[in-house]
Design a protein around this ligand. Sequence first.
Ligand SMILES: Nc1nc2c(ncn2[C@@H]2O[C@H](COP(=O)(O)OP(=O)(O)O)[C@@H](O)[C@H]2O)c(=O)[nH]1
Ligand SMILES: [Mg+2]
Length: 273
Amino acid sequence: MPTNLPVEWSLVEKEYQSAKTLEEKIATLKKLISVTPKHKGTEHLLGDLRKRLAKLEDQLERRSKKTGRKVETIKKTADIFVPIIGLTQSGKSTLMKSLTNAPVEISSKPYTTRESVTGVRFFEGVDMQFVEIPSFFLRKDMDIARNADVIVVMTRDERDLKKIQEVVRQNKLEGKKIIVTNIGKPYEELLHEIINKIDVVRVFTKPVGKKAAEKAVVLKKGSAMKNLVKRINESWLKNFKFARIFDDTEFSGRRVGLNYLLKDRDVVEIHSG
Ligand SMILES: Nc1nc2c(ncn2[C@@H]2O[C@H](COP(=O)(O)OP(=O)(O)O)[C@@H](O)[C@H]2O)c(=O)[nH]1
Ligand SMILES: [Mg+2]
């Protein structure tokens, strides 16, 4: 074994040796690989560690096949999809619980959350679907993060951030919209940040003479009235006469046509004959 390994290496190595479950072994072995310096003197060691990792991942795959349980993967069912990733004990379950009241266990024991968990929070007209991703960073869980509209990254400090950046790179998630945060931040602020990060407009439809809907229709930024009408009911397109827009401008209540560009928070009254 090379002798010039950093102190951190031996600490992580101990963690790996005392890992009990297969998932924990995989997670700590990945960590061990990431803290191993990469140079000529560590080539053999890294090779061994990677081989061991491949073996453990095979075992995990075989085990899930054998149990025959149909593992349902979590899919986007709400307006926006927000996976939460972070190292163990970074406060993911705490955040999940307070935002969505999902059945997660908050614990001072590492790696308590073993399966991805989802829950929905209604905020300012939008159903926001959060998913806690376990800190083993297994392929099947990271695949869920691939469908993110925004990824929330929980960190406690700069060291956490560096490690999680490596996880993001290894799983090829750099192209995703990412918000780095910690549990000290007020939840409202985080929810606003998420809405601002995604390029959408929230439009509230309103029947004539009635109040606007509580729930927004969520459309891509740059969407026109025709996209909204199509989304609600395609058949209305040919009978569309005009729509009224209610907003906080002096022109509130004005009539617009199908090419009108929708703004965030527009209240829309569609008139079709
Ligand atoms: N210092 C501190 N600890 C917290 C805070 N919120 C949660 N914790 C604790 O951190 C530990 C891990 O929290 P958890 O949400 O389960 O983390 P997860 O492993 O990322 O899901 C638990 O013991 C929590 O009680 C906080 O705001 N500050
Ligand atoms: Mg957790």
